[in-house]
Each structure stands twice: as structure tokens, then as C-alpha cells.
Design a protein around this ligand. Structure first.
Ligand code: ADP
Ligand code: MG
Length: 551
């Protein structure tokens, strides 16, 4: 056999490994979860490829994941009969960082004082194994290939790649064997009870059987290996759901919302969706792509099928269809009418569940809103069909408090008030001292204080809620004359008509061309003047945003 060839890691990998090896992170258990999740993905990919190339699995080896401790050798192996990797895939997948967002994760990891905490929060995939192993040997055979390749590394700056021996080829009919030469302080992972504990805690719901192959005795399956979303709700505990969420999303937080149901009728499908309670580090990195996984009769098909609109891209989970053809191609996914129906129905369901959660469990909802509110609000702009519902579930900071819904706003609305008022700006603090609020405050009128960049966009289209248009206090005419002043302001003197006309003329003279109009205003009670856009003028915040982009 040919001599092994040395290759350097991509700089980011070397950096990540360095962090792994020297990590003081104590929850090293997660390495096994990451390896099992990769093995499960590999079995999913094989099943998918075998739909159009059945010969790939005709050798009969069913998809399975085996965990093999060897105390004498001090090694723990994770073996799968999945898709496997050829030489180039080994080099690409285990030598570079393919995951979107990992780069930004790394820069945060190096910045953060508590880098270890971040590792625990997000997981770092395959490389997590270097927390417990001083050397890793990966032997793999791509499905359908007669060649086996061996990748090995002790961390550091690079890895070696070589063709496998005859012995390797005999041992591995298909798939991947990952052998971890455990560090001295990680030898506990050779104990079968440790392995079982971790698998039960993190990987019980992996769909494929996970077998523990003890040094003595028979191999035995240690997970339940069922597609959790196919099981009846009544059988499942919150702990089951939490584990399923963490496993499907590769997350470490608790789900803030769990939605599990089965649709029957013209189409049958199972839905298991979660809203995270914490923001993933790559939320704003991605090309606004969702990650909900599409299955067809329990076979994984794709995780980029846009099963939900972009403003719900933070939702994670699975949709498993009974009716779609198994051999549905990528192109078909784009414009399949059945899938479009599922998408529509599930989107409506998610939006109304979020709305209901906001009413029934405000604390859980607040977590979702804090993490993803700015994303959800894109829906006010984008989802014309559900705009009212998205508005109804939105929460705002207003002059009356935080996390106010428009329903609450409507309940507290002043007599004769026919519009919902807002101001856009950079920070709530600065908005609060904006003179444009004075007159509203004098009348006890609530004003939404909008500070997310997305607010400038959705407010630029005419929007109303419950028949009341939303109106910017920095745009055009505001008529508060029918809304009474609060009692303690009632004796404030309004501008005298004649006085106002003279003053306006004087100011107009002084400013000349620089303003299009000068008017006496009801907006102000103690400030002398403020700048506003014309009635159909663009909002000043949007103007600034656009100016920034045109730079
Ligand atoms: P991720 O799973 O998020 O892509 P990982 O670091 O866990 O990131 O894995 C990197 C890549 O290595 C995977 O995307 C996959 O292509 C490949 N890989 C890892 N383990 C296996 C395996 N057991 N079988 C096949 N491919 C694997
Ligand atoms: Mg992985």
C-alpha cells in the first residue's frame, strides 16, 4: 500500500482544534452525541441515495451505528454502515470547516472569556472528539466503492491520509469507522454504563439502531430507534421532546415552544417543530434559509426544502410526509404543489401557535420574541396573507412599557383615537426624549418605539391593525385635536392662532428653501419645534437606512 500523505488543516480547523485540546470545558460527553449524529446523518444520506441507486444497499448491511469500547487498546470506536466518505470527502469534510457560521462562531470563541461555555452551547461537530482523544483514526468506504481510505490525526496542524489495508477493507463493507485513542483522563468512556447513560441522555431518539458492542457478551441495542415524531403525543414526556429538539437542531438550549401533530385528510403528514429559546450564533449569517428537515415515510430527503417562510427560519424540526414520492428530486421540491400545500398549512399553524403561546405562556413566548422578534417582524412585510396575525403576535416597546401587543394597545386606546402611533429610531432611550412625543404624552396616547432595522421596512408599507392605521409621528400631519388633554395638562395654553401664523411666517422666511413647509403643530407641548417628513414623504429612519446603503 502507498505511504500516507500529510496534509495541513485549514487555518480555522487548526485554531478550533487548538481550542478543543486546551479546552477546560468539562461537559466532554457531547463528543459522543456529535459522532452519533454524524453517523445518523450518514445513514440518512445512504437511504436517500439508495432511492435512485438501490444497488448501494443490496449488499444487505442494514443501517446501524455501533459503539465499541476496547479497554486493552484504550480506544472507543463509533462505526456506521452509512454513506461513507471517499478520499476527497475525507480531506474536505474533516480538514476544513464546512458548516456555515462556524467562522463567526470561532471569532466569538476566541473573543469570549468563556470560550468553553460557547463550545457547550453550540457543539462543534466532529472536532469535539479531540476533547477526549489524543489521536483519531477514521477509516471509511464510500457506498458503492471498492476502495477504503484512512484519515488520521493527533490534532495539531494537520492529518494524514492513506489507502486502507486489506484488513481495513475486510472489516468495513461500507460506511465509516471512527477510532478514538482516548486521553488518560477520558478513559471513563470505555465503561459500558457511561456509554449507555450518554446515549440515553442525548441520542435515544436517533432513528437508527445504536448497538453497544461490549468486550464480553452480545451486542445490544441501547436506544429506542423510533422516529419520535411518529409516536403518539400521549407516550412522550417533556424530556423526550427536549432531547429530540437538541438532537434534531444540534442545540443545547430548551425548546421554548413544541408543536407536535399529525395532519390527516387530503394529505397526511407528521409535524414536529420547535422554537428555540436561545439565539443560534449563525442566525443572521445564513442566507435566510430555514432548516426544517423533510422526510418522506421516515426517509430523510432534505433539510433545505424551504418548508417555512424565511421569517420563520429559526424554527427547527421535522415534517414527515406520507404522500410525496420518495424519489422526489431537488427540482421537484421547488415547485411541488403538494409540498406547497403542506408549507401553507404548517406556516399558518406555526403562526397561530406562536400567537396562542403569547397569550397563554407569556414567559416562554418572551424568550422567543427576545431571540427572534426582529426576524418574525420580517413577516409583517413579507407575508401579506398573514400580516394581521404576525402583527397580532408581535410585541413592542411603547411609551407605556415593554412587550406590549397591539391588542393591549387597542384596549388602552384613547377616546376618539383612530390611529396607532409610532416612532422609529436607533434606541428606545433616544426616542423617549424625542420632542415629537410630547403632545401624545400630554394626551396619554401610547406610542410604539421601534428600534429594529427591520421596523423601518415594514412600516414603509401602509399597515393597519383592527381597522386602525399605523402612523408615524415623524411624518405629515398629526391631528390630536379630538383627543382630550390629560387633566393636569388641560390648563396649558395652546398656541394662539394669530401668534402662530406670524411665527410660522418668520421661521419660513429664515429657513427658506431648506424646508418645504413650516406649520404650527399639536405634537409639541414644551419643545419649540421639531423636524418631520412630508405627508407622503419617507420616514426619516428609512431615509437614513437607505442613505447608509447607498454610500
Ligand atoms: P456537520 O455534521 O455539522 O456537517 P461535523 O463536523 O460533525 O459537521 O462533520 C463534518 C462533515 O464530515 C459532515 O458534514 C459529513 O460530511 C462528514 N462526516 C462526519 N462523520 C461522518 C460519517 N460518520 N459518515 C459520513 N460522513 C461523515
Ligand atoms: Mg455533525
Amino acid at each position: 500500500t502507498a505511504a500516507p500523505e500529510s496534509q495541513p488543516f485549514q487555518a480555522e480547523v487548526a485554531e478550533l482544534l487548538n481550542l478543543m485540546v486546551h479546552s477546560v470545558y468539562s461537559e466532554t460527553d457531547i463528543f459522543l452525541r456529535e459522532l452519533i449524529s454524524n453517523a445518523s446523518d450518514a445513514c440518512d444520506k445512504l437511504r436517500y441515495e439508495a432511492i435512485s441507486a438501490p444497488e448501494l444497499i443490496t449488499d444487505g448491511a442494514p443501517p446501524v451505528i455501533r459503539i465499541v469500547p476496547d479497554k486493552k487498546a484504550g480506544t472507543l470506536s463509533v462505526v456506521d454502515t452509512g454513506i461513507g466518505m471517499d478520499r476527497q470527502e475525507l480531506i474536505d469534510n474533516l480538514g476544513t470547516i464546512a458548516r456555515s457560521g462556524t467562522k463567526s462562531f470561532l471569532s466569538r470563541l476566541t473573543e469570549a472569556k468563556d470560550g468553553a461555555g460557547l463550545i457547550g452551547q453550540f457543539g462543534v461537530g466532529f472536532y469535539a472528539a479531540f476533547m477526549v482523544a489524543e489521536r483519531i483514526v477514521v477509516t471509511s468506504r464510500r457506498a458503492g466503492s471498492d476502495q477504503v481510505f484512512v484519515w488520521s490525526s493527533s490534532g495539531g496542524s494537520g492529518f494524514e491520509i492513506a489507502p486502507g489495508s486489506e484488513d481495513d477493507a475486510g472489516r468495513i463493507p461500507r460506511g465509516t469507522e471512527i477510532v478514538l485513542h482516548l486521553k488518560e483522563d477520558a478513559k471513563k468512556y470505555l465503561e459500558t454504563h457511561e456509554i449507555e447513560r450518554i446515549v440515553r441522555a442525548y441520542s435515544d431518539n436517533i432513528q437508527f439502531p445504536i448497538e453497544l458492542v461490549p468486550e464480553e457478551g452480545e451486542p445490544r441495542q441501547i436506544n429506542s430507534a423510533s422516529a419520535l415524531w411518529q409516536r403518539p403525543k400521549s407516550e412522550l414526556t417533556p424530556e423526550d421532546y427536549k432531547q429530540a429538539y437538541q438532537q434534531i437542531a444540534g442545540a443545547f438550549d430548551e425548546p421554548a415552544m413544541t408543536l407536535h401533530y399529525r395532519a390527516e385528510g387530503r394529505q397526511s403528514y407528521a409535524v414536529l417543530l420547535f422554537a428555540p429559546s436561545a439565539k443560534p450564533f449563525d442566525l443572521f449569517d445564513q442566507a435566510r434559509k430555514g432548516k426544517v428537515r423533510l422526510y418522506v415515510r421516515r426517509v430523510f430527503i432534505a433539510d433545505d426544502a424551504d418548508l417555512l417562510p424565511a421569517y420563520l427560519r429559526f424554527i427547527r424540526g421535522v415534517i414527515d410526509s406520507e404522500d410525496l414520492p420518495l424519489n422526489i428530486s431537488r427540482e421537484m421540491l421547488q415547485n411541488n404543489p403538494q409540498l406547497a400545500q403542506i408549507r401553507k398549512a404548517v406556516t399558518s399553524r406555526v403562526v397561530s401557535e406562536l400567537e396562542a403561546l403569547g397569550d397563554k405562556e407569556p414567559e416562554a413566548f418572551a424568550k422567543i420574541w427576545d431571540a427572534f422578534g426582529a426576524v418574525i417582524k420580517e413577516g409583517i412585510w413579507e407575508d401579506f396573507e398573514r400580516r394581521d396575525k404576525v402583527l397580532a403576535l408581535s410585541r413592542f416597546t411603547t411609551t407605556k412599557g415593554e412587550k406590549r401587543s397591539l391588542k393591549q394597545y387597542a384596549e388602552d386606546i384613547k377616546p376618539n383615537q383612530t390611529e396607532i402611533y409610532y416612532l422609529t429610531g436607533d434606541s428606545v432611550e433616544r426616542l423617549k426624549s424625542n420632542p415629537k412625543l410630547e403632545s401624545a404624552a400630554a394626551r396619554g396616547i401610547e406610542v410604539l418605539l421601534l428600534t429594529d432595522p427591520v421596523d423601518a421596512f415594514w412600516t414603509s408599507a401602509p399597515t393597519d391593525f383592527g381597522g386602525k392605521p399605523l402612523k408615524s409621528l415623524s411624518q405629515g400631519d398629526i391631528d390630536f385635536s379630538l383627543i382630550p388633554l390629560l387633566e393636569d395638562k388641560a390648563d396649558d395654553k395652546g398656541a394662539d392662532g394669530a401668534d402662530a401664523a406670524t411665527t410660522v411666517a418668520l421661521i419660513k422666511d429664515a429657513l427658506g428653501e431648506r424646508v418645504s413647509e413650516v406649520r404650527a403643530s399639536q405634537r409639541l407641548t414644551s419643545s419649540a419645534s421639531c423636524l418631520v417628513a412630508g405627508g407622503d414623504g419617507r420616514d426619516r429612519q428609512l431615509e437614513r437606512l437607505l442613505a447608509m446603503q447607498n454610500k
